[in-house]
Design a binder for this molecule. Sequence first.
Ligand code: PLP
Length: 345
Amino acid sequence: MDINQLVRDNVKNLKPYSSARDEYVSDGSQMIFLDANENPFENGVNRYPDPQQRNLKALLAQQRNISQGNILLGNGSDEVLDLIFRAFCEPNRDNIITLPPTYGMYKVLAEVNAVANSEVLLTSDFEPNVEGILSKADENSKLLFICSPNNPTGNAFSQEKIKSLLESFQGLVVVDEAYIDFSGKESWVSHLKQYPNLIVTQTLSKAYGMAGIRLGTCYASEEIIAILNKIKPPYNVNELTQKKAYGRVADTATVAKEVSTILEERNSMVSLLENLDFVEKVYPTDANFILALVDDAPKRYEQLLEAHVVVRNRTGQPLCKNTLRFTVGTPAENKMLKAILNQLQ
Ligand SMILES: *Cc1c(COP(=O)(O)O)cnc(C)c1O
């Protein structure tokens, strides 16, 4: 596959903006920086941040056994996904393929970027309809979004199905792994060399507990990353975020401990939900949330709100009629939730 063929013409011809911090890279020696019109008095954030976030990327690269050239960081995965649209999709001509019910942002970004969104529903067991996807794809289908584990259904998709899509889809396959740290399945990051059309996105917003700092990560071939780098705003990841993210990513023990507590709580919430009269089905989950089919989702949603519990009513989503999505909270929150659920009439 020739990745360059998929790039928008204006991006192909673009030279990236070269910022002051791009042109001179410090080698660690004492220098006087008079190149970026900053205020020279030190306060921790008076200098522009590293546009290539080298420290953070070095750590991520080492942990994932890839090179820094395989990584792009953004202001949340939402920015990363938007950059992918803007690099590869020609407005009013190209299209993307999404697999509802899934994360709502792909569709929003398609609309914002004037790119058509071709939808191919998941099958009734919430797996990608491989044949349906391939027959819907045409020569302008630049991106296929696969969210695995999928939001809002919770399941990770069959690896065989994702593999056959990577092998047969003639555009880029974006695997959104926002919830991968809660899943027993292996990340696709370890298969970048095998699939030149693969882009994997992850985030610090879920398992890493850092939704507030906005850090999304994107892993792909060096060729794809270089294209995305051409269009990214130079200082898209601020200094506070880079520092805070570094500390958290380095602290693997704390993250692992929190994830394991969340998984224990998830399992006890699954058994609780399964035993409630008004719950008809609890779907299998590889994420930090649970999708449950109930007798009357709007009614149960309102009852929970009255008890000061906010869940997500997904009844409007295709294949999700009368479902509620429960995020797994702390052990104390789940204890309260349990008491509330047991009392609902
Ligand atoms: C929560 C979530 C994200 C995270 O987005 P950020 O912008 O990084 O906070 C990405 N994809 C999916 C499917 C999500 O549910």
